[in-house]
Structure formats: C-alpha cells, structure tokens
Design a protein around this ligand. Structure first.
Ligand code: BDR
Ligand code: CA
Length: 315
C-alpha cells in the first residue's frame, strides 16, 4: 500500500485523480493539500472537501494550500476548461469545507510516515515549494515525489513552450526540482496522450459502482467539450493528473530518461522545462537527476483507468 500526500487544484482532471486515488486498492491517501490553480484556492478546497464527503472520507486531513504564486502575481484561472466552480456544470454545496487544517500539518504527516511517504503534486508547485522553504529537514524524510508538469520538445498548453503547472509558478517549480530527491516528472509529452473518450466514460458509469459515478459523466463531458473547442476534431480529453497516479501504481505505464531539469522563469520562455537531449550527454557529478517520462503505454493506462474507476470504495 503506497501512502500519498496529494497536492492538487481541483479542477476536473484533479478531481478525477482524487477519485482514482480514493478508489485505488493500493493507494492510501493520507492527506490532501488544495491550492489555487485551475480555480481559486477556496473553490479547489471546496471541491476536494465535496469529493471526500461523497466518499465518506472526511477523516482524510484536508490542508489549505497556497492562494497564489510565490512572486505575488495575479493568477489566471481556467473556468472555460474546468467550469465556474472547477467541477464542470456541477455546483457543490458552498460551505462543504469542515475542518480546514493549517499548513504545518503537512510536516506532521511527513513525520508520521517518514521514509514511506510519496508526495504527488498535480497542481502549481507553490505549496510544495513553501514546504521546502519552511521545513527542508522534514522534506528529507519524504520517500519520493511524482510531479505533473512540464513539456519537453513538444508544444506547451498555455504558451508555445510552457505547460500550465510549471508556467503558473515557475519559481516554485524550479525550487522544488532543485531540492527534492527522487522526483518523477510526468510531462505533457505523455499526459497529452492519456486520452479518455466518452465511450470509456459511458462504460465506467453505466452501473452505479461507486459514490462518484453520477459525477464522472457531467464533469468529463464539460472537460471533453472544452478540449474539443481547443482542438477541433478531438475525441476525448487528457487525464494529466490521473496518469501521474497511474505511473505511481503501475510503473510500466511510462518509460523514462534520467536528466537534470530546470524551469525557465522569465518572459517568453517562462515555465518552459529544460534539459539536455543531445546524443552523448553525460551527467555532471553535481547534477540532481529527475526521472522524466517520455513514453506512454496507452493500453496499459486505459485499462488501469477503467479498472480503478469501476471499483467500489471498500474493495
Ligand atoms: C495541468 O494543468 C492543469 O490544468 C491540469 O489540472 C493539470 O494538472 C496540465 O497542464
Ligand atoms: Ca491539476
């Protein structure tokens, strides 16, 4: 059983990732940190709380994360992709959040599960960067990190070169990548290919398998329609954040190279993830290497997605 502390910004694909994590028999969610990103932090938190309530898992600590990037800049949200509240057409009850825990609870969780905790970050990296700023000694006790972010030698999704999570707070992304040990990066190269179609969702939702079944269809259709606007002819939508969890539970789903990655901070290249792909490249002794996913086994992913999303909570 893998213990995960999930940093996220739900958001539709984040919400599907939360469902996937709660349904997965080999994952134990030991905390959720909800931050700004796809929607403002308050909405992201409300959505996370709503999903925990639907699952009857209000016992899982929900921690309030960052409300904006380290630079203090004004944030751009994405209601056209994730809906006005972050759940497509769904409006969760407004005051769903029960006990929202202070940020230092992150360190309590790391200490409780020291040496065996996986941190998964599928949002802007601000909250995780703050953990390194406030508690670097604690962070050394984290076993591994799985981060959805970046785009390598392929177009970005918010600028020609940048992916949304790294672009949203490039200072934080760079800080995390320079400090965290044992980092797996799951970039757009592979997440753009992790497409789920309406047919797959129809299959998942035809039987009331679990407490999320009635939510999955409307949020997915909203998300897929938004992608169809962006990419005419597109059939389905990419599960960026779900793939990051799938990679954690089913390592064969992705193939990796080992490289030191940095993130550009300024102007036109802001948020761009950079490494060296030249043939013959060798690491320097001082390089901190990251596992960078560049190839997806789609069949393995889609079977894993269907398998997990059709489980019931107590399996
Ligand atoms: C990432 O940005 C967000 O919009 C998604 O939730 C995902 O984490 C993809 O670039
Ligand atoms: Ca996300």
């Amino acid at each position: 059983m893998k213990k995960i502390l999930l940093f996220c910004d739900p958001g539709i694909d984040d919400s599907l990732a939360i469902m996937y994590a709660l349904l997965h028999p080999n994952l134990e969610v030991v905390g959720i940190v909800s931050s700004y990103g796809n929607v403002p932090q308050e909405k992201a938190t409300n959505n996370a709380a709503y999903l925990l309530k639907l699952a009857g898992r209000e016992d899982i600590p929900l921690i309030g994360g960052a409300k904006g990037p380290l630079s203090g800049e004004i944030t751009v949200y994405y209601p056209e992709i994730h809906g006005p509240e972050g759940l497509g057409p769904i409006r969760p009850p407004e005051t769903i959040v029960g006990e929202l825990l202070n940020y230092d609870r992150v360190f309590d969780i790391i200490e409780k599960y020291k040496g065996e905790l996986t941190i998964v970050d599928v949002g802007r990296n601000t909250s995780l960067a703050i953990a390194f700023i406030l508690g670097e000694e604690h962070m050394k006790k984290v076993k591994e990190y799985f981060i959805m972010g970046g785009a390598f030698l392929v177009p970005g999704n918010v600028t020609p070169v940048a992916e949304a999570n790294f672009h949203g707070d490039p200072i934080a992304a760079n800080l995390v990548l320079s400090k965290a040990k044992n980092v797996t990066i799951v970039p757009l190269n592979v997440t753009n290919e992790a497409i789920v179609t309406s047919e797959v969702v129809d299959y998942i939702t035809q039987v009331p398998f679990n407490p999320f079944t009635s939510l999955i269809q409307p949020i997915f259709e909203f998300y897929a329609d938004a992608y169809l606007e962006l990419v005419p002819g597109m059939n389905g939508a990419p599960m960026h954040d779900v793939l990051t969890l799938s990679a954690l539970t089913k390592p064969e789903v992705l193939q990796y190279i080992e490289r030191p990655v940095t993130v550009q901070i300024l102007e036109d290249t802001r948020g761009q993830s950079v490494t060296d792909f030249r043939p013959g490249w060798e690491p320097e002794p001082t390089d901190l290497l990251h596992h960078v996913a560049l190839e997806l086994d789609y069949q393995l992913f889609i079977h894993d997605f269907v398998d997990v999303m059709t489980k019931s909570l107590n399996e």
